[in-house]
Design a protein around this ligand. Structure first.
Ligand code: GLN
Length: 529
């Protein structure tokens, strides 16, 4: 196994995740099987309980793991499916060391950070990478060098450096070049962060320098000199228009070749599909305007997978995408403002939790339904489209989800009886891959080109089976089902009205767009022509 460890310096949010994913993609393009592990030094066991307001989207894996959004980038760039074990957190490591201690597995020894915690970290890295069947495993250490929380992880990878052969492990340090008032490129912060890294016994093989503009030759030489890496191992990671350009940016600077020679690897085969995909993205002509009405709209990262899935569909259809993130509370306050939905080629209502802004979303759905505007509803977006339809078409006044109104006379969305008595918050959610069977002749079947699909889930509430008949009699059909669970709602009379209980965005990939997203894009494009 070849390991590539990615650390970060100076500050967080430099795009370490995209760097990791891009390096991985380039190696995959050379014929290697690549996997990735994300280390999050926080104490939480996983991202399931974390607020998207603070942390961005919670990404859901096929096995139901609720993980950091960087795993979404890995899956998309590497076109792979990961498991919850690919996200290590301090919480997971300590939980398992403590339970081993309780079982007496440490034979009476004092249990310590070195070696017990560090051994647990190394064991997990090695097991997970071996199990994935990959040739190369990238390991991104979250946070920045010098953070208290990341110390045991950095110590563990330092030990790995000693234990692995020199040609089996490489270190990339992602850090920042700042521009001073005269617009000069300053490398002092880089020098400091590399010094800090060295104090921990780690020395970088490659420095990826984030900067607003391309690194000047003299900046490169300076970094090379002060940080003791060859000039060709200093990579300029200047701002690009789109994250999908980053692998090309790194490839063009020879990073892949450099890493392959460090790791004693040679090119097996060449895959240029990524480059072609980026070319298609640049050649896109027709602009498509999508309105996404949600709750966490001020934070771009909160809906990253939706944004990416829309992008995949747009690239495929030759469209350039213009997404507006609209806070639904705007419509709660001023119901008339909902008419702005007409300014868009289509409306998307994403998933979400909690009551805030729900009525605004319902107004937006009603507007799209009544005005024949293409609509894609995801998870909560699907549930609210059922509520809207029940209220305004079926005539069930006051219909609601029991998530928002426990005493509603018409609980069209509810928790299924078998889930009601579970008290552990983690256990009440339906998470990860589940199958759905699609109705013959439905839009769903047409979109997927199949009657059996698998998609990822993250929800607690469901369409209440007791209302299905009444709703279907009025023209909204449930065309995808998993036994008594409704997976897809559609309105055959509408131009495009498709809503799913699952999250198709998590399985969408560049070059392989999610079917519902692609169909949504096509219907928006059709409306334009
Ligand atoms: N809050 C809803 C539920 O728990 C929807 C969840 C979601 O949109 N991810 O079922």
């Amino acid at each position: 196994m070849k390991y590539i460890i990615v650390t970060g310096g100076v500050m967080s949010g430099l795009g370490k995740g995209i760097t990791t994913a891009s390096v991985g993609r380039n190696l995959k393009n050379r014929g290697y099987n690549v996997t990735a592990i994300k280390i999050d030094p926080y104490i939480n066991i996983d991202a399931g309980t974390m607020s998207p307001f603070q942390h961005g989207e919670v990404y859901v894996l096929k096995d139901g793991g609720e993980v950091d959004l960087d795993l979404g980038n890995y899956e998309r760039f590497l076109d792979t499916e990961l498991t919850r074990d690919h996200n290590l957190t301090t919480g997971k490591i300590y939980q398992s060391v403590i339970s081993k201690e309780r079982r007496g597995e440490y034979l009476g020894k004092t249990v310590q950070i070195i070696p017990h915690i560090t051994n647990e970290i190394k064991d997990r890295i090695r097991k997970v990478s071996a199990k994935s069947g990959a040739d190369i495993c990238l390991i991104e250490v979250g946070g920045t060098v010098g953070d208290i929380e990341s110390m045991p992880f950095l110590e563990a990878v330092r030990q790995m450096h000693r234990e692995e052969a020199e040609e089996d492990i490489a270190f990339i340090h992602v850090t920042l070049v700042i521009l001073d008032a005269q617009k000069d490129q300053k490398t002092k912060p880089i020098q400091h962060s590399v010094k800090e890294l060295r104090e921990l016994g780690l020395s970088p093989d490659v420095i990826v320098a984030r900067c607003n503009e391309p690194l000047l030759e003299k900046t490169r030489s300076k970094i090379s000199l002060f940080c003791d890496v060859p000039v060709e191992a200093v990579i300029s990671a200047h701002d690009s228009n789109d994250i999908y350009e980053v692998p090309l940016q790194m490839e063009n600077q020879g990073l892949t070749e450099y890493l392959m020679s460090k790791l004693n690897l040679s090119t097996i085969s060449m895959d240029d599909s990524w480059e072609k995909m980026v070319e298609r993205m640049h050649n896109a002509k027709t602009e498509i305007k999508v309105g996404v009405v949600g709750k966490y709209t001020h934070l771009e990262d909160s809906y990253i997978s939706i944004n990416e899935a829309l992008k995949h569909a747009a690239i495929e259809c030759g469209c350039c995408l213009n997404v507006d993130w609209i806070n639904s509370e705007k419509f709660d306050e001023d119901p008339d403002a909902v008419k702005m939905v007409a300014d868009y080629d289509g409306l998307l209502i994403p998933g979400g939790f909690g009551e805030r802004g729900v009525e605004g979303k319902i107004l937006a759905i009603r507007y799209a339904r009544e005005n024949n505007i293409p609509f894609l509803g995801l998870c909560l977006g699907m549930q609210l489209s059922v509520v809207e339809f029940a209220r305004n078409v079926v005539g069930l006044d006051g219909a609601n989800s029991t998530e928002f109104d426990e005493d509603t006379p018409y609980p069209v969305i509810d928790i299924l009886p078998e889930q009601k008595n579970i008290v552990d918050m983690g256990a009440t959610m339906r998470l990860g891959d589940y199958e759905a069977v699609l109705r013959e002749g439905s839009l769903a079947e047409k979109i997927y080109g199949s009657q059996n699909i698998i998609e990822r889930h993250r929800h607690r509430y469901e369409v209440n089976p007791n209302f299905v008949e009444r709703i279907e009699a009025k023209g909204m059909i449930f065309s995808g089902k998993n036994k008594n669970r409704m997976e897809i709602a559609e309105i055959p009379d509408h131009r495009f009205f498709f809503a799913s209980q699952f999250h198709p965005e998590f399985r969408s990939r560049p070059g392989k767009p999610s079917s519902p997203f692609k169909a949504f894009m096509e219907s928006m494009l059709e409306g334009k022509q």
